[in-house]
Design a protein around this ligand. Structure first.
Ligand code: ADP
Ligand code: MG
Length: 695
């Protein structure tokens, strides 16, 4: 047995373990329940729970928890032990079917966006049998959904599961019409996760990193990523030991962590798993982020998952690779040898083009956050404008169809590798356009706008839902058609013609694209504050209702939660910045200014006023003037924050934070960074960028 297969899935109650531990009828009933949603009898649930408990105890677990993904962005768990007293003063280890299936955590501690009135604290967690139960530490974790007393979703997982059903339903309708029926269609997802690693002792000395996850100030070091020497570079020993340890943990949890490499920025890395069903991928990504942080502790490191921990260098994203597969695993987005004749592929492709064009706003919202705003539109991540890259070859196919042609001349694309010792490499049918927010990469789409902290669930449920809507419209149209194949070809052509404005193969980072996109009428929702208002647009409410993802109340609640989260994030950052400037930065600069003054006095005294003190005097003057400016700005920021005290955290407040507080914070940062550059390093009260990134 090799190293990986020996430990892989060791702590997961997966299908293999179920087969081994469950009586055949319970195993079959559970599968029926997962696949067709049939009720699970109480007695069967008890048998399953008991087998889970025995397996958990064998593997050292003492507690169990319902593990869920509330709207906070992190996972939640409340541990209960298996223990209950027996009559003879000893203990019994118990776990019932009821405890497996349903939990009642206090919902009042989680964001509900007003769904839950304060007096009604009850919330429910319900077992999601489509994701495996696993052991983390000493606890058996049961993946669950989380909803209110009234049944409204309070988590990120519920809409994901519903959207998987919605897209499966519509895609299956379409496939049946094309003469190749399937019983279901699966959403496949592989999220690439970027992160930073920095030494723990330096992290501990930065209030901003500890409280906000990102640096709020810090002068630019002389070197950052301009030499491109970090990307795919040799991995440092401390980091490779960390990665190895992390892989071991993830493999045991059944996470298919597969690729790892250094990223563009110094101290930045990436981990990509092998793709899986969307629901599992979402759970696994949450686990991956949690383990990344935990394992870092063991190595004297801290893992930063914030989208933009350091200004001036690349931030971290999470590329969501997404596709659809028939139940036998066949990828529905594979163009095949001759894409122009592949009606099924072209229909699915056009469904995505149409969906992304019709619902640009929802995709933008699905990845919107105060932290991701720092990334989007910088010259490192796609801009906030959504467009699709399809690659040269596919564009040629689509254009040919638009002109009524039925074939395109085949061409071999050989890369000229110059040196004859190197093999000819057939050029990828889709060159990698790294600047595109939404790229077709050969047999899947890659949504690159998601930030490193974004839960996989949000972008994926949006994608599923909007594509389900295109597929629904396609299926409706084909159902009415006399000649399916011909109608399908017409549909492909008309859809492409109506939505080709969303296709863009060029450089998304360029200035020209911004004006070109405007001419095309594409949305450019630069900030979260700009984007969120669109969530409750009529067309979006209708979409969610049609596919039974959310009621109007649920969408409104989510919008409220996002506004609150956005405002609170910025507020905490602004308060932290004030704290650092007042308690650390200004005192440090004063101390250094005093040292300069004392040096001048000492030099003058020692030389009877003869020694030159020009440098010290000029520095002192500059520092003092800047300190005054900085001080004034802090007063302004303080007042601006005080003014938010009476505000409800809604759209107006979000606008205020975006247009008033953020610019003030930026001005403060600029002054503080100038002061840092002009102050002797031994006086600076926290580790510099240079120390943080190059230690
Ligand atoms: P790249 O650097 O080209 O973006 P990576 O290998 O880092 O590629 O990541 C590609 C990701 O896409 C992996 O997680 C992989 O499993 C995933 N992927 C591949 N095929 C599919 C598919 N059909 N559906 C969803 N994800 C996929
Ligand atoms: Mg990628």
């Amino acid at each position: 047995m090799n190293k990986i297969s020996g430990i892989f899935g060791k702590r997961v109650f997966n299908d293999r373990v179920m087969k081994e531990k469950l009586p055949k009828d319970a195993y079959d009933a559970l599968h029926q329940h997962i696949e067709s949603g049939t009720e699970l009898e109480n007695s069967t649930a008890n048998v399953i729970a008991s087998a889970m408990k025995d397996w958990a105890l064998e593997n050292g677990a003492t507690h169990f928890t319902h593990w869920f993904q509330p709207m906070t962005g992190v996972t939640a768990e409340k541990h209960d032990s298996f223990m209950s007293p027996d009559q003879g003063g000893g203990i019994l280890m118990n776990f019932s079917g009821k405890e497996l299936i349903k939990g009642e955590p206090d919902a009042s501690s989680f964001p509900s966006g007003g769904i839950r009135a304060t007096f009604e604290a009850r919330g429910y967690t319900a077992w999601d049998p489509s994701s495996y139960v696993f052991i983390k530490g000493n606890t058996l974790c049961i993946p669950t959904v989380f909803c209110s007393y009234g049944g409204e979703a309070l988590d990120k997982k519920t809409p994901l599961l519903l959207s998987m059903e919605a897209i499966s339903k519509q895609a299956s309708r379409l496939l049946a019409l094309l003469g190749a029926p399937v019983s279901k269609v699966i959403t496949t997802v592989g999220p690439e996760q970027e992160y930073f690693l920095i030494p723990r002792e330096l992290y501990d000395m930065r209030k901003d990193l500890r409280l906000c996850g990102r640096t709020l100030l810090g002068a630019r070091p002389p070197k950052t990523q301009e030499l491109d020497d970090h990307y795919f570079g040799a991995i440092k020993t401390t980091v490779s030991e960390y990665m190895e340890d992390l892989n071991q943990e993830l493999w045991q949890l059944g996470v298919l962590a597969s690729t790892e490499h250094n990223e563009v920025a110094p101290s930045q890395h990436e981990l990509a798993p092998i793709f899986s069903t969307a629901n599992l991928a979402a759970d696994h990504n949450q686990l991956t982020m949690e383990m990344m942080k935990k394992v870092a502790e063991r190595h004297g490191l801290v893992c930063l998952l914030h989208e933009k921990p350091f200004a001036g260098i690349n931030g971290s994203g999470k590329h969501i690779n997404w596709s659809l597969a028939a139940e036998n695993g066949e990828n529905l987005l594979k163009p095949g040898k001759n894409p122009i004749e592949n009606t099924r592929f072209l229909l699915f492709l056009c469904a995505v083009l149409k969906a992304v064009d019709d619902y640009q706003d929802l995709l933008r919202i699905s990845i919107a956050s105060a932290s991701n705003d720092h990334r989007l539109g910088g010259n490192e991540a796609p801009p906030a404008i959504i467009s699709i890259f399809v690659g040269e070859d596919l564009l040629e196919v689509l254009e040919a169809i638009a002109q009524g042609k039925t074939c395109v001349p085949p061409k071999a694309r050989m890369m000229d590798m110059k040196a004859s010792v190197l093999p000819d490499i057939k050029k990828d049918a889709t060159d990698r356009n790294r600047t595109s927010p939404f790229a077709f990469t050969g047999s899947r789409f890659e949504f690159r706008m998601a930030g490193s902290l974004t839960s996989v669930s949000c972008p994926v449920y949006m994608l599923n839902t909007i594509v389900a809507e295109s597929l629904r419209q396609f299926a409706d149209a084909l159902e009415k058609a006399e000649h399916t194949e011909k109608a399908a070809r017409d549909l492909i052509r008309s859809t492409y013609l109506s939505h080709k404005r969303i296709v863009f193969n060029g450089n998304n980072y360029s200035e020209e694209w911004v004006s070109e996109a405007e001419r095309r009428g594409l949305l450019n929702l630069k900030t979260t504050a700009d984007a969120l208002a669109h969530f409750t647009a009529d067309k979006n409410l209708k979409l969610f209702e049609t596919h039974k993802i959310f009621t109007e109340t649920e969408v409104q609640a989510r919008q409220t939660i996002f506004y609150e989260e956005y405002c609170n994030t910025i507020k905490i950052e602004a308060l932290t910045l004030l704290d650092i400037v007042n308690q650390d930065v200004i005192p440090a600069v004063c101390k250094y200014t005093r040292a300069l003054a004392e040096t001048i006095a000492a030099k003058k005294a020692a030389s009877g006023g003869q020694l030159a003190c020009r440098a010290e005097s000029l520095d002192m003057a500059k520092l003092s003037a800047r300190t005054d400016c900085l001080y004034d700005k802090t007063l302004e920021l303080k007042q601006a924050i005080d003014d938010t005290e009476t505000m409800t955290m809604n759209r107006n407040a979000a606008e205020y934070f975006c247009r008033k507080i953020i610019p003030l914070m930026e001005q403060i940062r600029e002054l503080a960074d100038e002061l840092e550059a002009g102050t002797a390093s031994e006086y600076w009260p926290m580790p510099s960028y240079q120390q943080l990134l190059f230690t």
